[in-house]
Every structure is written in structure tokens, then in C-alpha cells.
Design a protein around this ligand. Sequence first.
Ligand code: ADP
Length: 465
Amino acid sequence: MTWSLRARLILSYVLVTILCVLIISALANGLLESSFRRYLRGSLEKRAQAVALQLGAQMRPDGSWNQAGLAAVGMAALEQGLIVRLSAPGGETVWDATVHNSGLCVQMLTHMARNMSSRYPNWQGQYTESLYPVRYSFQNVGSAAIGYYGPFFLNDEDLTFINSLNRLLLWAAVGALASATGLGLLVARRITVPLERVVRATQAIAGGRRDVLITEMTRVRELDGIAAAVNDLSRGLRDQEALRRRLTADMAHELRTPLATLQSHLEAMIDGIWQPDAERLAGLHEEILRINRLVSDLENLARYEGDSRSLHRRSLDIAALVEGIVRNHEPQFRAKGVALRFGSQEADGASTLHVDPDKLSQAVINLLSNALKFTPAGGEVEVQVACGPQGAEIRVADSGIGIRPEDLPRVFERFYRVDGSRNRATGGVGIGLSIAKAIVEAHGGAISAASQPGEGAEFRIRLPG
Ligand code: ADP
């Protein structure tokens, strides 16, 4: 059986409350009773001794007893639950409460027994009697047998006190249970309502909706954390979906142009309008190469993205690796009339990194060929490598056309090309930087771009040590 969070919370609140009330009641009653018993036992003893003292005081100097005084002391004692019988040293009874007022004695005893059995159903009380010496002028003048319903008894006031305490505890229990249920409901609401919101949102996301966002905040860190995670998930999925759509559309667009050229040129040749001469065939070949390039770029991208396992790392001198690439590209730069410079700085001789040389070269080559593509003749490109204990930074800066601020954040996206360069003359399909980014991130590094339009662009690759 599955329980709702609300039911569980309320039940646990109620259970804890019941347990607390039971413990408090048991402790209160137990403590009260044990101290009551102690007090009553002591006070009975003291009262009995006081009665014996008062009885002694009723002897007249001539040795006779003041019967009226004895009756007053005896009746007062009876009212406190003590039944007195005074005997002379010879054994003959001087004053006996049962004789003096038998009815009242019986009434007292039954009343005490009833009091005790109302509180303790299993009470095994019995009438007990103790003997106390009665003295007058330091002489034993008799003995008082003082009996009570023992070992102790509760009088009416004691009983009323205990009963009202228990009634109070009962009300406290009812109040505590009601507040526990109320509080449980409130707390459960505060937790379950946001959780239900999260459930609804995730169901909507699973159902295909991509505009789901949880805007209500609860000020409960964990619950807001879940809502934020669901929002991130929703945004991520929305972006992924948009990217996937754009990717498909861009891919179709990129393929359509060379395919349409191929189709129309081939049709023209089949229809005999064009002769399949070497120049035209070379044009068609160029289109096929273009499609091939696109497909292999996409393949590379899929391979590098989010997969650091495909790296074949080895320890190598990163400055030497970049310098080699720069040297290899010098002829192309010279041919276009763009100056290419290389520089490197090393701190503590730490220029060795554990990287995949082929893939990292690919990333640097992509930056370098972009710099060449977007820098007009007469411009310059500077490549710098800085190595330190934290890792390495490869910087490729050019004095070319630059990138507008609004395009800058998007240049690493697949198929993204700045409008001005969106012509086939530059030859790119907008994947070079995506591949560079995927490779750098697979190495655990980061790539960034900065630019002043018209003054050039600067790309930085940071690799961890
Ligand atoms: P492409 O293969 O088309 O060059 P990239 O992903 O390498 O695609 O680059 C994306 C876009 O970023 C380019 O089309 C270009 O508009 C811009 N870009 C990249 N590098 C530079 C640069 N050094 N200077 C100016 N613009 C650049």
C-alpha cells in the first residue's frame, strides 16, 4: 500500500504527540503519587504522635482524665481519618472513638475505602493500628491505639487534585492532537503542493511541452532546488530541441545547394546542352568534395562532443605542438599577404601537458584557418602559447574584420555563420568553431572569443594542467 506524503506526515505528528502525552502523563502521575505516598506516610505518623501528645495533655493534675477534652481531641483526630482508643496503663479503656461515635467511625472508614478504590481499583488497603505512649509530666499515663486506613489514604482534596490534574492532561492531549493534525496538514501542504507542481511540470515536459517553467518559489531550499533543476531541464530540452530543428534545417540547406548544382549540371550534360569537359567535371568534383567535407565535419563533431574517452592522450610540449602547426601554415598566410607571428612563454618550464595531439591540432588549425579567412591581405595574425602550473593558454588573435557583439556568443554553435560571411566564398559551413569547442571541452578545457568589430578577433583556448 502506498501512502501519501500528507498522510504520513500527519500520522507521524499525531504519533509523536500521543507518545509525548503518554510519557508526560505517566511521569506526572508517577512522580505525584510517589511523593504523595511519602508525604502522606510521614504526615500520618506525625499526626498520630501529635494526637498522642494532645491526649496526654487532657490529664488533670489529680490523675483524672478530662473526658470532654479527650472527646474533642478524639473527634478532631477522627475528622483527619484517625480512630483513637486511649487505654490506662492497667489496660482499661479510657476513651474509645468507636464507642463515642460508632456510626461516624464506620462512615469514615467506608468513605476512605471508597476514595482509595476509586483511584486504585486493585487497592489492598486495610485498617491498621499502632500504639503510641501517652505521657503527662514525663510519665506514661496510658497508651493510645491510633488506627487508620493504611498504609496511607487519600482524602477528598487529594483525590480532587489528582483527578483535576488528569483532566487537565486529557485536555492538553486533545489540544496537542488537534494542533499536531493542523500543523501536520500545514507542513504537508507546504511540501506536497510544490512537489505536485514539480510532478505536473515534469509530466508536461515528458508529454512534449517545452515551455514549462515553475515560477512559484517556496523559500524551502531543497524544494526550490528541485524546481530550479526542473526549470533547467525544461530550458535545456527546449534549447536542444531548437538546436536539433535548426541543425536538421541547416544540414538540409547545406546539402541542397551542392546537390542542386550537381543535379542541374549533370542534367545539362545528359541532355547534351553541356559537354562533360575537364573544367565542368572539376566543378562537379568540387561540389562532391564540399559535401564530403560537410559530412566528415559532422562526423568529427559527433565524435568529439561530450566524449572524452575518444581522446588518445600523451604528454607533450604544447608550445612545440602549436609552433609546428604555425610553421606548417606559414605558406598559406604568405600567399594571402597576412603576417603570421608566434610567441611562447613558460613559467617554471611547465609546458608539458597530457593531451591528444591530433585533436588539439585540429582545434588550433580551425582557429588559424578562420583567422586567415577573415583577415584581409596586409593584416596580421598572432599565435601565443602561455604555460604555467595551472595549465596552458593558446591565444589566436587577428587584425581582421572582427565579430559583432551580438554574434559573439553564438559563433561556437553548429552551422552558425555571421551573415557577412554567409557566402560560399569563405568555404565554411559554420562547424569549425563547434568542433574546436568540442575538442577543447573533451580535454576539460574552455574556449572563448573576444572581438572589436573592424579591429580583429581573439580566440583563447585554456587547457587544465
Ligand atoms: P566556418 O567553418 O564557417 O568558418 P566557424 O564555426 O569556424 O565556421 O565560425 C563561425 C563563424 O564565426 C564564421 O562564419 C565567422 O562568421 C565567425 N568567425 C570565426 N572566426 C572568426 C574570425 N577570426 N574573425 C571574424 N569572424 C570569425
